[in-house]
Design a protein around this ligand. Structure first.
Ligand SMILES: *Cc1c(COP(=O)(O)O)cnc(C)c1O
Length: 375
């Protein structure tokens, strides 16, 4: 590379593999699906997927077919499930690439069976039941038709019903257990329709880590694999998880200013006395949360400070007071608190957001991704 990177997403693939091992150990399920949608929550889809498989994941999950095809194009042959489809999706490419499809309607079942005939592959599907989230699963009043069609297509060999799934709201343990009851009803209706699929899965990270009754024989974890907590108050370390990403860079300018100097757009910060201002080359154009202006923590040369004033598109300022900070010094926005870095959760809290959003909003084209780790 001809230039020297100063906005770096450093990804520890060993941490991802270790987190997957931890999820396996904690949940004790046969199969762990690691969800790598949205560029693996900002961590880079293909390297994260490889690390997850090295850590013992037996499945990968993506939101849509395009993401699943990216995994196949990278040579990844592990089972992949995806569950959000275009209204006019033909499913040909997905079925040809042996991607397993989450399905929620009779129309999708029929479209997938037709794709099977065109491609000569037997499509594999997981039936997606809505148990209370009110998103894209088949809702209970549709189950009779949906399950009958699935059973018929399965019996005729037009497709293979390999799994059944639902997704929880994480509203409270009580609400999730209520959904679990609805899911159990769905499983028994499915058995009555003649289907007992090999994979039964309900829990994403939150329930996988905290609600054992929801684990069945597979869990679908995204956020936990990256060492970010799904939980509002519990931190990754509380679950034995290690953050995989360090967002770091270098100070690009330093100036000494007098008392009462206004800093950045809107002068949300004014110096209380003569101060040194360090310029950090990250902004909302990199996916940094502008709502965290004047609040989010950073570490420069091992010392902790806060963003001073408004986060701009490409940069923000840190008031380091009288500390000897120089151009080129190392700055960490977030990483692993165990080694003294601010956590992604502090960035989330500073800007009324969640760890999921902070990670997935990062703009890969603006960052230099550096992968380190053995896997
Ligand atoms: C994103 C997603 C997951 C992963 O959720 P996490 O909370 O990141 O573990 C699992 N299942 C479905 C259906 C999803 O959309």
């Amino acid at each position: 590379m001809s230039h020297s990177p100063f906005r770096i997403a450093r990804i520890n693939t060993d941490a991802i593999a270790g987190n997957v091992r931890r999820i396996k150990e904690l949940t004790a399920v046969e199969d762990v699906m690691i969800v790598v949608k949205a560029n693996a929550y900002g961590h880079g889809m293909v390297p994260a997927a490889k690390a997850a498989l090295a850590g013992g994941a037996t499945w990968l999950g993506t939101a849509d077919i395009a993401e699943a095809l990216t995994l196949r194009a990278a040579g990844i042959t592990a089972p992949v499930l995806c569950w959000i489809h275009a209204p006019d999706e033909t499913f040909d490419e997905a079925v040809a690439a042996e991607i397993t499809l989450g399905v929620a309607s009779v129309a999708q079942l029929n479209a997938i069976a037709a794709a099977g005939h065109r491609t000569g592959n037997t499509p594999r599907v997981h039936l997606k039941l809505d148990t209370g989230l009110s998103r894209n699963g088949s809702s209970p009043e549709q189950w009779a038709d949906f399950m009958r069609t699935a059973a018929e297509l399965n019996a005729s060999g037009d497709l293979h019903v390999e799994g059944v799934m639902s997704h929880l709201s994480n509203t409270s343990p009580e609400d999730d257990l209520e959904q679990l009851n609805v899911f159990q009803v769905g499983l028994s209706e499915l058995a009555d329709a003649g289907l007992t699929p090999r994979y039964v899965h309900l829990a994403a990270s939150m329930a996988a880590l905290t609600l054992p009754a929801t684990r069945f024989n597979m869990v679908r974890c995204g956020i936990a694999a990256y060492g970010i907590s799904p939980h509002e108050s519990q931190r990754p370390a509380d679950f034995g998880l290690t953050p995989a990403m360090t967002l770091e860079g270098r100070v690009v300018a330093v100036r000494r200013v007098p008392e009462s100097t206004g800093v950045s757009y809107g002068y949300l910060h004014r110096t209380a006395h003569e101060s040194t201002l360090a310029l950090v080359p990250f902004g909302y154009g990199d996916g940094i949360n502008r709502n965290a202006s004047n609040a989010a923590p950073v570490v420069i040369n091992g010392s902790r400070y806060h963003v001073a004033g408004r986060i701009a598109m490409d940069q923000f300022v840190v008031n380091v007071e009288d500390d000897p900070v120089a151009v080129g010094d190392h700055v960490v926005l977030f990483g692993d608190p165990a080694v003294g870095h601010p956590s992604i959760h502090e960035w989330a809290a500073a800007g009324d957001s969640i760890g999921y959003e902070i990670a997935t909003r990062l703009i890969p084209t603006r960052l230099e991704y550096v992968y380190e780790g053995q896997v």
